[in-house]
Ligand binder design. Structure first.
Ligand SMILES: Nc1ncnc2c1ncn2[C@@H]1O[C@H](COP(=O)(O)OP(=O)(O)OP(=O)(O)O)[C@@H](O)[C@H]1O
Ligand code: SF4
Ligand SMILES: [Mg+2]
Length: 329
């Protein structure tokens, strides 16, 4: 018997209509296109890809801040688009979000204690020990001092503000936290502290994370599984170790070969460079969306290469030609 994952996303799609001009009829931006993945209870999935590939849109669909164009999102086996009233309120407790920019997600006129208490008050939850004691406990769990309670966000560093954001996300004891680039705006040394904190919290509470990042190296030591997105689609997903040790999709290979020199674990022997610019998601290539930049495609005969243009590859790795070794060109 297979167990139901905490979160199961199947063929999730979000197309935004583009503005109609006097010259052009309206098209769509395929921000998220047939994306499927799952997150197990207490696990971390790293969702990684370049700017504009659809990571935040995926997060906002999961938060029900956006309606999907099509596809399914199930939490504990229940379709979230079908939730009404009480069940929906329950869903909003169980799934929380931490944002990239802690400054803009906090109200400058609200004290830190009030900011952390806000989700409890909004959900009309009155913990047995009282709101204040609960907030102090949350502050302690994220490494904030009791005397921070009455301070305001401007008195805090970026890392501290992100701790407030995490405490607030934890207030309702969620099952899943969507972390949308929570460390991208922080100094490198502070990034590691915040990631360690998230790991400690996961160990203590069993919360699952969908951890969105630009850079694969951020999730390497911390995500159980990774999914690599490009232009609204998932190119490859799998166990983190397997994807790092044996990246199979040409895009994953390119991303991994571009890790900065500072990473001592980086293997630069098979460096792959991507040609050309990132296409617009309003006008993605037909067939495989990666084909305009794919180094593997350049090595194929005409018939094989035409398949890249004609057929959308499914599954993981999403490539028609992965059996051809990119190093043996
Ligand atoms: N409300 C919207 N209306 C129209 N287009 C949108 C909207 N939200 C996002 N998009 C477009 O959808 C695509 C995906 O955007 P998204 O913010 O999900 O990317 P991202 O991977 O989070 O990028 P980043 O790394 O820069 O945060 C982009 O082309 C973006 O311009
Ligand atoms: S399907 Fe073709 S274009 Fe896409 S990744 Fe594979 S070889 Fe490259
Ligand atoms: Mg984003």
């Amino acid at each position: 018997m297979t167990t139901t994952p905490l979160l199961q996303v199947t063929d999730l799609t979000k197309h935004f209509p583009t503005r109609t001009s006097a010259f052009r009829s309206g098209g769509v931006v395929k921000a998220v296109d047939n994306v499927s993945f799952s997150v197990g209870a207490g696990q971390t999935l790293g969702l990684v890809g370049e700017s504009g590939c659809g990571k935040s849109t995926t997060g906002r669909l999961l938060m029900r801040l956006l309606e999907p164009t099509s596809g399914s999102i199930k939490l504990d086996g229940r379709e979230i688009s079908e939730l009404r009233r009480g069940d929906l309120q329950d869903y909003r407790r169980r799934v929380q979000m931490v944002f990239q920019n802690p400054s803009s997600s906090l109200n400058p006129r609200q004290s830190v204690g009030s900011a952390i208490a806000a989700p409890l008050l909004a959900q009309r939850i009155n913990p047995p020990t009282g709101i204040k004691a609960t907030v102090r406990d949350l502050m302690d769990r994220v490494g904030l001092r009791p005397d921070h309670y009455n301070r305001f966000p401007h008195e805090f560093s970026g890392g501290q503000k992100q701790r407030v954001g995490i405490a607030r996300a934890l207030a309702l004891d969620p099952k899943l936290i969507i972390c949308d680039e929570p460390v991208s705006a922080l100094d490198v040394s502070v990034q590691a502290q915040v990631i360690n904190l998230l790991e400690d919290i996961q160990r203590d509470t069993g919360v699952a994370y969908l951890f969105i990042a630009h850079d694969l190296s951020v999730v390497k030591h911390f995500a159980h599984r990774v999914a690599v997105m490009y232009l609204g689609r998932i190119m490859e997903h799998g166990d983190t170790r397997e994807v790092f040790d044996n990246p199979r999709h040409p895009y994953t290979q390119a991303l991994l070969s571009a890790v900065p020199q500072a990473d001592p674990d980086a293997d630069r022997s098979g460096r792959v460079r991507l040609a050309g610019d990132l296409p617009s998601p309003a006008n993605p290539p037909s067939g495989c969306v990666f084909r305009s930049r794919c180094p593997l495609r350049l090595t194929l005969d005409e018939k094989s290469a035409s398949r890249c243009a004609d057929e959308v590859p499914a599954g993981s790795p999403a490539c028609h030609h992965i059996d051809i070794d990119i190093e043996e060109r």
